[in-house]
Design a protein around this ligand. Structure first.
Ligand code: BG6
Ligand code: MG
Length: 210
């Protein structure tokens, strides 16, 4: 019996996955590197530093640890400029209504995201207070596919993993949900084609029928 839904943020609650893509592409192109949509899919759900390693895969230059920190900060600055455009209307279709309806059914709802920008984004969307718990990039040391962020969210909710369902657009997030012992629900992204997903939805309101 499911008692809680743990939502990924980027690509599930809002389209900030597109802003991540644009920011990484800007940085990669400045460094003379190609950056494709396929490569971007590999960055879904994983941390900023781990993403940078993938972005730099084809680079002929060996960057020092310090230079990598600077590059990750540069990407985040580009990304944060794009976040200024986010308003409550930018939540994905059906998300605010579905969150509200789940709460009305006494379901707990939480965020489980690798992003350190989570609370800023939820504030801009006017969705900061609707969640019972938020676990984000500041709470964890290992990003998805490690289950840490989802176990942290379940812990904050005071629930066992087995009664939690995860909603994800990242294949890394589906792997993390399964490793946590949770139901894994794919919603868009590369999660939708992951054979490990327990369910695939195309509209958030489908969660109400589970
Ligand atoms: C995840 C995104 O939600 O957060 C990743 O899917 C991103 O693409 C990660 O790298 C970390 O985000 P941030 O905002 O801390 O750079
Ligand atoms: Mg995501």
């Amino acid at each position: 019996m499911i008692e809680a839904f743990i939502f990924d943020l980027d690509g599930v609650i809002c389209t900030t996955d597109e802003y991540h893509y644009q920011a990484w592409k800007t940085l990669a192109n400045e460094l003379g590197l190609e950056f494709s949509r396929a490569k971007n899919d590999r960055l879904r759900g994983i941390s900023r530093m781990a993403s940078l390693e993938i972005v730099l895969e084809e680079s002929k230059i060996e960057y020092s640890a310090e230079e990598k920190v600077d590059l990750a900060e540069k990407k985040n600055a580009i990304y944060r400029k794009l976040l200024c455009n986010i308003h409550p209307e930018d939540a994905l279709p059906e998300i605010p209504e579905t969150l509200k309806a789940l709460r009305e059914r006494d379901m707990k709802i939480a965020i489980g995201s690798s992003s350190k920008n989570t609370k800023d984004i939820l504030g801009r969307l006017d969705l900061l207070d609707i969640f019972d718990a938020i676990a984000d990039g500041s709470d964890i040391t290992r990003s998805k596919p490690d289950p840490e962020v989802f176990l942290c969210a379940a812990g904050k909710l005071g629930l066992e993993p087995g009664v939690c369902a995860v909603v994800e657009d990242a294949s890394a997030g589906i792997q993390a949900a399964k490793a946590a012992g949770m139901l894994a629900i794919a919603f868009g992204g590369d999660a939708a084609s992951d054979p490990c997903a327990d369910k695939v939805i195309t509209h958030p309101s489908q969660l109400l029928a589970l």
